[in-house]
Write a new protein. Structure first.
Length: 267
């Protein structure tokens, strides 16, 4: 019988089991394609982005790989300060929006890469710094973390959801929705530990700032659907009652869980 030590626990297997049973599923390429221009309208500014930029050390850095780059949230921010940026995403439409944004800003040193995080990265060049912001909804976390580690010459910076839901508990309660939580950030720390990587942990939280404002129940409903998936008529009714009650009180309705674990390590 093997002694029950930390090393006897397969945290990547536990992650995969929790991921498989979770209410929350990975969005498809087609779903992200369909949201690309809408996301582009609101993703480039805000507390989270400013905090990410503040925490990423670019001293002596010439190249950066932005994994899950979307419409260029960070690739566009960092490109003017670097020699080369590689922007990786599996949504062709996101990369199309990124190139549109880069052209508008006269930025010419971003190389787009249309790849899935869980497919081969054989042709991806190693970079001084690798970032993966809010994009690690993957099946095999250890394999993806290993890729991030191997492609970084100096440092890796990632963020992952703090908590088992993309929606605040108040919203789930109003809907009457019972969920099976998604894997929390602690899985990543333990997987990294078993890979021999001693990562640093911090958090990026909105500090009382609401995730967003909604000018109608329809827009609030659409955004909630994106986070939770299909709703029953009873859940939709509960969500509407909650939204209208908040409106009467002059209160911003709770929405997405905006707290993120910020995990980083140097090589």
């Amino acid at each position: 019988m093997h002694p029950m030590t930390l090393d006897a626990i397969d945290f990547n297997l536990l992650y995969r089991l929790q991921k498989h049973s979770s209410t929350y599923k990975k969005k498809s390429q087609e779903e992200w394609d369909g949201k690309a221009w809408e996301i582009n309208e609101r993703i480039h500014e805000g507390f989270y982005n400013d905090e990410m930029e503040r925490r990423i050390d670019l001293d002596g850095v010439q190249s950066l790989l932005d994994v899950g780059c979307g419409p260029g949230t960070f690739a566009l921010r960092f490109a003017p300060r670097l020699k080369q940026v590689y922007a990786l995403d599996y949504s062709p439409k996101m990369l199309e929006v990124l190139e549109h944004n880069a052209q508008k800003r006269a930025i010419s040193n971003i190389c787009p890469l249309c790849l899935d995080l869980e497919e081969s990265w054989e042709g991806v060049a190693p970079c001084d710094v690798v970032i993966a912001s809010r994009c690690l909804e993957v099946e095999d976390m250890r394999a993806v973390l290993q890729k991030l580690h191997e492609k970084a010459k100096k440092a890796v910076y990632i963020t992952y959801k703090n908590g088992g839901s993309f929606l605040e508990a108040e919203v789930l309660e109003a809907m009457g929705r019972k969920i099976t939580p998604k894997p929390d950030y602690i899985y990543l720390l333990n997987i990294l530990y078993q890979m021999g990587i001693r990562a640093s942990l911090d958090f990026i939280s909105p500090q009382g700032e609401p995730y967003g404002t909604f000018d109608s129940f329809e827009s609030y409903h659409r955004s909630t659907l994106w986070s939770i998936g299909e709703m029953t008529p009873q859940e939709e009714a509960g969500l509407k009652d909650y939204y209208e009650a908040c409106q009467k009180k002059g209160k911003t309705p709770a929405h997405k869980n905006s707290s993120w674990a910020f995990i980083s390590w140097r090589k």
